[in-house]
Design a protein around this ligand. Structure first.
Ligand SMILES: [Zn+2]
Length: 90
Protein backbone atom coordinates (compact mmCIF):
# COMPACT_ATOMS: atom_id res chain seq x y z
CA UNK A 1 0.00 0.00 0.00
CA UNK A 2 2.94 2.28 0.61
CA UNK A 3 4.99 1.32 -2.38
CA UNK A 4 4.81 4.78 -3.88
CA UNK A 5 5.87 7.60 -1.63
CA UNK A 6 4.33 10.90 -2.62
CA UNK A 7 6.94 13.68 -2.51
CA UNK A 8 4.24 16.28 -2.12
CA UNK A 9 1.07 15.98 -0.13
CA UNK A 10 -1.43 17.19 -2.67
CA UNK A 11 -4.33 16.46 -0.35
CA UNK A 12 -7.61 16.26 -2.20
CA UNK A 13 -6.33 18.24 -5.14
CA UNK A 14 -5.84 16.35 -8.35
CA UNK A 15 -8.85 14.14 -7.86
CA UNK A 16 -10.83 15.94 -10.53
CA UNK A 17 -8.59 14.93 -13.41
CA UNK A 18 -5.21 13.48 -14.24
CA UNK A 19 -4.00 16.67 -15.85
CA UNK A 20 -4.19 18.61 -12.61
CA UNK A 21 -2.66 15.78 -10.63
CA UNK A 22 0.24 15.59 -13.07
CA UNK A 23 0.63 19.36 -13.01
CA UNK A 24 0.87 19.39 -9.24
CA UNK A 25 3.07 16.38 -8.78
CA UNK A 26 5.28 16.81 -11.83
CA UNK A 27 8.61 15.16 -11.19
CA UNK A 28 10.32 16.02 -14.45
CA UNK A 29 9.63 19.72 -14.21
CA UNK A 30 9.09 22.37 -11.61
CA UNK A 31 5.33 22.61 -11.17
CA UNK A 32 3.77 26.04 -11.45
CA UNK A 33 0.73 24.74 -9.64
CA UNK A 34 1.62 23.69 -6.13
CA UNK A 35 0.10 22.94 -2.77
CA UNK A 36 1.52 25.30 -0.19
CA UNK A 37 2.56 24.42 3.32
CA UNK A 38 -0.80 25.77 4.42
CA UNK A 39 -2.61 23.23 2.28
CA UNK A 40 -3.85 25.82 -0.18
CA UNK A 41 -3.53 25.16 -3.88
CA UNK A 42 -1.57 27.93 -5.56
CA UNK A 43 -0.74 28.68 -9.14
CA UNK A 44 2.18 30.78 -10.25
CA UNK A 45 1.04 33.70 -12.30
CA UNK A 46 4.39 35.26 -12.99
CA UNK A 47 7.93 36.04 -12.04
CA UNK A 48 9.05 38.99 -10.00
CA UNK A 49 12.50 40.49 -10.06
CA UNK A 50 14.00 40.70 -6.64
CA UNK A 51 17.09 42.80 -6.12
CA UNK A 52 20.12 40.72 -5.26
CA UNK A 53 18.05 37.57 -5.43
CA UNK A 54 16.83 35.11 -7.95
CA UNK A 55 13.50 35.95 -9.53
CA UNK A 56 10.64 34.96 -7.28
CA UNK A 57 7.37 33.38 -8.21
CA UNK A 58 4.14 35.25 -7.79
CA UNK A 59 1.54 32.82 -6.51
CA UNK A 60 -2.19 33.15 -6.37
CA UNK A 61 -4.71 30.77 -4.85
CA UNK A 62 -6.40 28.68 -7.51
CA UNK A 63 -10.11 28.08 -7.15
CA UNK A 64 -10.94 26.18 -10.31
CA UNK A 65 -9.05 23.50 -12.13
CA UNK A 66 -7.67 25.04 -15.34
CA UNK A 67 -7.96 21.71 -17.14
CA UNK A 68 -11.45 20.43 -16.42
CA UNK A 69 -13.07 23.43 -14.74
CA UNK A 70 -13.90 21.70 -11.48
CA UNK A 71 -14.04 23.79 -8.36
CA UNK A 72 -11.09 22.72 -6.26
CA UNK A 73 -11.42 25.05 -3.29
CA UNK A 74 -13.38 28.05 -2.14
CA UNK A 75 -12.16 31.49 -1.06
CA UNK A 76 -13.48 30.67 2.39
CA UNK A 77 -11.38 27.53 2.56
CA UNK A 78 -8.31 29.37 1.38
CA UNK A 79 -8.81 32.09 3.92
CA UNK A 80 -9.34 29.59 6.71
CA UNK A 81 -6.23 27.65 5.76
CA UNK A 82 -3.99 30.58 5.03
CA UNK A 83 -5.26 32.28 8.15
CA UNK A 84 -4.86 35.79 6.88
CA UNK A 85 -6.29 38.15 4.33
CA UNK A 86 -4.07 41.02 3.39
CA UNK A 87 -5.90 41.90 0.22
CA UNK A 88 -8.77 43.71 1.84
CA UNK A 89 -11.03 43.80 -1.17
CA UNK A 90 -14.63 43.24 -0.28
ZN1 LIG B 1 -9.33 18.99 -13.18
Amino acid sequence: MADEAAPIDIGNFGKCCGELKDAISGEEFEPLITVGEDGVLYMSVGLIDLEDEEPGMVDHPMFFCPFCGSKVQTPEEVQAKAGHDDEGDA
